[in-house]
Design a protein around this ligand. Structure first.
Ligand SMILES: [Fe+2]
Length: 282
């Protein structure tokens, strides 16, 4: 497979969205929502109620080698303080069920605010997909009803290696909400990697494989956007990020409904994620 080249054709021309006072996801018009669904990525204005500065400050404390948060035990392959192999990304990753135990109270509360935003986005996607509302919980492995699972991760990039920042991939889950204050994120569009500039006052939201799958038989599906993070150099200031993943329960199911509420296909989450993992490592 050839490696897509890189460019900055995208500039800052990504669809913009915001949350209304009634917690509805708003785009300037339907064309922009459609464009976001087709690209699999958009910018979301940071809600005033979200204490992002507090969360960023917490993330910076993890750079201290003596931080007690670097000693949080690993739960399986995906949780704990983890340095990825062959990637610069290093992270403290925790599922929702472990937030109260390990994160400071205000960070666990911050995660629950991202839960609320994730649910708004999910329910907006399912609504515009024409999938009947009674099917939403089953379709999303519980996430659209406030169940499922979610990760709240604090990441930074270790420049003591020259590895890629984060290798090209699509996210496995439904929705990813990203706060990054430094450049490096790129998305692949038309076979070309393009910069996603940091846009002050906005988060980047992108869609993953599970959301693509559950909307694929509907009247408006979404794309899962392939993306990467460029290798960070030691001369750059350290790239920190906050990443929230909206996911199904890992021991649940994903169901693909059409706009009549008929099931077209379904998969256990473990089989679905396992297939994605094999494709990624081939
Ligand atoms: Fe990702």
């Amino acid at each position: 497979m050839t490696t897509p080249t890189s460019s900055c054709l995208l500039g800052d021309d990504l669809p913009l969205a915001s949350l209304s006072e009634s917690q509805a996801l708003c785009f300037v018009n339907q064309d922009e929502r459609d464009r976001a669904w087709d690209l699999g990525i958009f910018y979301l204005a940071i809600p005033e109620s979200l204490d992002l500065e507090g969360a960023r400050s917490f993330g910076l404390t993890l750079l201290d080698q003596d931080s007690p948060y670097r000693k949080i035990r690993q739960y399986g392959d995906f949780e704990g303080f983890i340095a990825l192999e062959n990637n610069q990304q290093t992270k403290l990753a925790l599922r929702r069920c472990h937030w109260d135990r390990h994160y400071p109270t205000e960070i666990a509360a911050f995660g629950r605010m991202l839960d609320a935003i994730g649910m708004v986005i999910m329910r907006d996607v399912l609504s515009h997909a024409g999938i009947p509302e009674p099917c939403w919980g089953e379709a999303s492995g519980g996430y659209a009803l406030g169940e499922g699972t979610a990760f709240l991760n604090f990441v930074h990039y270790d420049t003591s290696t020259s590895n890629e920042g984060l290798r090209p991939h699509t996210d496995y889950g439904f929705v990813t909400i990203l706060d990054a204050t430094k450049p490096g994120l790129q998305v692949e569009l038309g076979g070309v990697f393009q910069d996603v500039p940091v846009r002050p006052g906005y988060l980047a939201v992108h869609f993953g494989e599970a959301l693509r799958y559950i909307t694929a038989a509907s009247s408006k599906g979404v794309s899962a956007v392939r993306h990467r993070v460029l290798s960070q150099e030691a001369s750059n200031s350290i790239r920190n990020g906050i990443v929230y993943f909206a996911n199904p329960d890992l021991d649940g199911n994903l169901v693909q409904f059409d706009s009549h509420g008929e099931c077209s296909s379904q998969s256990s989450v473990s089989d679905f994620f396992g297939l994605l993992e094999r494709q990624l490592t081939q």
